[in-house]
Design a protein around this ligand. Sequence first.
Ligand SMILES: [Zn+2]
Length: 231
Amino acid sequence: MTCKECKGDQTEGDCYICAMKKKQSKPIEKAYRYSDPTDRKTFADLKKDQGSKLITKSIGGQKFALLNFECKMEGSRAVYTFSDFHRYKDVNFFGDRPAVYGFANYDREEKVKIGEGKNASQRLRTQKTVLKDTTLKNMDKTEGFLLFSCGSGKMKDDPLRSRNLRLAIEALLQINFKIPLDKKTGKKRREQHVVPDKNELDLALELSKWVFDKAPSSLKREGRKFTTKHS
Ligand SMILES: [Zn+2]
């Protein structure tokens, strides 16, 4: 059987090559996955809903968004302040959207969790479960941030699709925020090994400084300046 669109071979069902190509060309400003056409929330919707909690920055023709948020218990469920945009598994604005994130007071008081993922929706769901079992047992709420792309390009143009870039940002933020110490060694947990190229490193540095400057104050040590010294 041959796919009518790409003329490639396919043994059964829809053509996966064509499905992936379609996905690459989805606009960054729109949700990548949806089944219900009435739930196509866009970046403009998110901006309108979150107001000053969502800020943007343009670097070298790319546009980035930083969303500061809270997570708190609502009955027996942990919910984010942007929960209308994080519904239906991955069928939401953050489904398949690469991001770097952070949470204050993670696990234990005065500790910060920094992470990255290629699918923010999935990560946010996982972290919510952890927060519910740890932080939110002792505190009313916790604060966090989410860094992602919001430009006018297509999904394939999103620089944060590079895991090297995400890991470089993660490493720079881990140096600057109060990350937990390894329970066994008592030392800072070792970052994942990453060797970004020059452009990725420049971009990672600029984005990390911006996030450090604008993230919720509960993630920061008082009076601490941005540093690239790893010690
Ligand atoms: Zn095809």
